[in-house]
Design a protein around this ligand. Structure first.
Ligand code: AMP
Length: 220
């Protein structure tokens, strides 16, 4: 099964993609995480993408598509994967379809996690993330038990450099302008599933998994 998780920055794509990929046994491909790893390791790709990320704008399509295509060719993606943060433009969506079609595969479903713009701003500006296991926290709504330490693995928490108010506003603007056509693209193919992202992590995850189960039963 190949799934796409769609939603604005802060909608909970990363959290849900991690839960679903674990529960359904699929690889998790997060374009933002792959770019951040490249920046941290100071690879050629990292040096190329850092300026885009710092400004909150999208990395050029050809660079992003190349990185994802390489990741998609790794053996853990054979049986399927959950795409998180990709595709974000029509060009990426079409390139993904082509790359999958070359392997005789296709996107099964696109899950859209809906959250209001006001809520997204609130979530992103207080977000802290574990350096080790990527679990997100929020200073107000879900603080860690011990300040600056991850409840799950004890890792140190950090604030993403693009989670400042100004960059967050730019990322949301970019998202609504460039990713809305991608939603329409999957909707027109009857592949879009909408989930209310305000429900809370467990409920959103349950809803997504229930819908996917139902869809796969109907397909049989
Ligand atoms: P994210 O962690 O998904 O919010 O992504 C962080 C940043 O990485 C974005 O603001 C972009 O600069 C870059 N990025 C991640 N995914 C993509 C993508 N699919 N296309 C272009 N740029 C991306």
């Amino acid at each position: 099964m190949f799934l796409v998780l769609l939603g604005a920055p802060g909608a909970g794509k990363g959290t849900q993609a991690a839960i679903i990929s674990r529960k359904v046994g699929l690889a998790h491909i997060a374009s933002g995480d792959l770019f951040r790893q490249a920046v941290e390791k100071e690879t050629k790709l990292g040096q190329l993408v850092k300026a885009y990320m710092d400004k909150g704008i999208l990395v050029p399509d050809e660079v992003t598509i190349q990185m994802i295509s390489e990741r998609l060719n790794e053996p853990d993606c054979k049986a399927g994967c959950v795409f998180d943060g990709f595709p974000r433009t029509m060009e990426q969506a079409k390139a993904l379809d082509k790359a999958l079609a070359n392997q005789g595969k296709l996107i099964d479903k696109a899950v859209y996690i809906e959250v209001s713009e006001e809520e997204l701003l609130k979530r992103l500006s207080g977000r802290w993330i574990c350096h080790q296991c990527q679990t997100p926290y929020h200073e107000v709504s879900s603080p860690p038990k011990v300040p600056n330490r991850c409840d799950k693995c004890g890792g140190e928490l950090y604030q993403r450099s693009d989670d400042t108010e100004e960059t967050v506003k730019e990322r949301l603007k970019v998202y609504f302008a460039q990713t809305t056509p991608v939603l329409n693209y999957y909707e027109a193919q009857g592949k879009l599933i909408k989930v209310d992202g305000k429900l809370g992590i467990e409920k959103v995850a349950k809803e997504i998994i229930d819908v996917l189960r139902l869809e796969s039963m109907n397909a049989k």
